[in-house]
Design a protein around this ligand. Structure first.
Ligand code: G3I
Length: 384
């Protein structure tokens, strides 16, 4: 039996939705072991927490986490504590949350997450110091260097001695969605952003706290695209300037479908170029949407999501990726179902299709899905 499943683009959460990654999963003799079927799912993983399976291979598994849900929903907190060895705040470390007024910093909600991590022996990944979204109205884009310095000093300084926070997305999504949205052909930066500003941001961050890992984080780089090429050039630029940059955050908001091909070769070349640059690839925001045409049952959809996870993680682990963070843990809270963020015109126009948005490893009742087993199996099969 030969059939194709897979992946494509990326959620359109900016006003102009960007087509990002393309690729395919082909279930045939050559790569049959990437898929996960129900029988196999039942026989693997059992009750072993993902964090334990990951740790056995020197890796970490985690999720984006929201402080308000943590307080309200015990099953959510329990599941994260059980399954995860790393977390990243969904919004609590963004500029609008940490410095809502100029120079007035608040860390209550981010600290609640840091405390939870400490209690449950989890690492915290800091997201993010610089982004064109989730910023207060008084902050322009790009912010002035003075604003950046005060912000970086305030936020990084607060976590300088944190026992759990070990890494930062120093800058998030600085590469434009396409060549029409940049005034910088070489690096493809969002309009108004100069490479020197990003260099200075990283340099300043290093002067505040160089003990943490520094990442440049972006989406749409999971294949050989205009965007991934600019992203890699920007990393190369930072390295050439002698700037500390340890990791590339590959967000991995992925779309798979029967209609598109996954650019496996292109993604491998991205991973190889990162390796050549001595910058570690880190999977920072993984979730998977199955694009139309949709299968005729949720069971089949969950199978497709699981197969997609498995195939993608097999590629990542072959390139020695050691950190996988999904953007949420259960479909109950996925950003993809939030009315503001429903992705793609087809889903936006057809509310009856929203039940097919099942991008995460656990379902609405915090029960493991096939995707959870696929992640478990990928960790089990990974070469340490
Ligand atoms: O907390 C308020 C709540 O009080 C209010 O009732 C509700 C009304 O809609 O809004 C809630 O805040 C929302 C917040 O998420 C928490 O759910 C904001 O409106 C909403 O804009 C915010 O969106 C987040 C977005 O980043 C902007 O910060 C998404 O949850 C979050 O998933 C998304 O995360 C981004 C990453 O940072 C970067 N990569 C892409 C990823 C997905 O867009």
């Amino acid at each position: 039996m030969t059939y194709r499943r897979n992946f494509l683009k990326r959620a359109g959460y900016t006003t102009i939705s960007a087509l990002l990654t393309t690729g395919f999963l082909q279930k045939d003799k050559q790569n049959e072991n990437h898929s996960i079927d129900a029988a196999m799912a039942n026989s693997i993983s059992g009750n072993t927490p993902l964090r334990q399976l990951a740790a056995a291979k020197g890796k970490r598994y985690g999720t984006a986490i929201s402080s308000d849900i943590l307080l309200k929903e015990k099953d959510y907190a329990n599941l994260i504590a059980r399954e995860c060895s790393i977390a990243t705040p969904n919004g609590e470390l963004k500029w609008n949350a940490t410095e809502p007024q100029p120079g007035k910093f608040t860390f209550e909600s981010a600290d609640a997450i840091a405390d939870f991590c400490r209690k449950h022996k989890m690492e915290l990944h800091g997201h993010t110091l610089f982004w064109h979204m989730a910023k207060p109205d008084w902050v322009p884009y790009p912010p002035t260097l003075k604003m950046i310095e005060r912000h970086v000093k305030g936020v990084m300084g607060h976590y300088r001695n944190s026992p759990v926070l070990k890494s930062w997305d120093i800058a998030n999504e600085i590469i434009a969605d396409n060549e029409n949205e940049t005034d910088n052909a070489t690096y493809g930066l969002r309009r108004g952003v100069k490479p020197e500003l990003i260099r200075d941001l990283f340099l300043f961050a290093a002067s505040v706290d160089s003990s943490k890992k520094f990442y440049l984080n972006d989406f749409g780089i999971e294949g050989a695209t205009w965007k991934s090429d600019r992203f890699l050039k920007m990393i190369e630029y930072l390295k050439n300037k002698g700037v500390k940059i340890d990791g590339a955050g590959i967000q991995s908001h992925l779309w798979f479908s029967t209609a598109y091909a996954f650019d496996e070769k292109g993604f491998k070349s991205v991973l190889k170029r990162l390796n050549d640059l001595e910058v570690k690839p880190v999977i920072t925001e993984l979730d998977i949407i199955i694009d139309t045409p949709l299968p005729d049952s949720i069971k089949k959809l969950d199978q497709m999501v699981a197969d997609s996870y498995k195939r993608y993680l097999d590629l990542c682990f072959a390139a020695k990726v050691d950190t996988v963070i999904t953007w949420g843990i259960s479909d109950r809270h996925t950003w993809i179902r939030h009315p503001d963020w429903i992705p793609g015109k087809t889903f936006r126009d057809n509310p009856q299709l929203h039940r097919f948005l099942r991008p995460l490893p656990f379902d609405e009742n915090m029960k493991p899905k096939l995707a959870r087993n696929a992640i478990a199996q990928a960790f089990r099969q990974a070469v340490p």
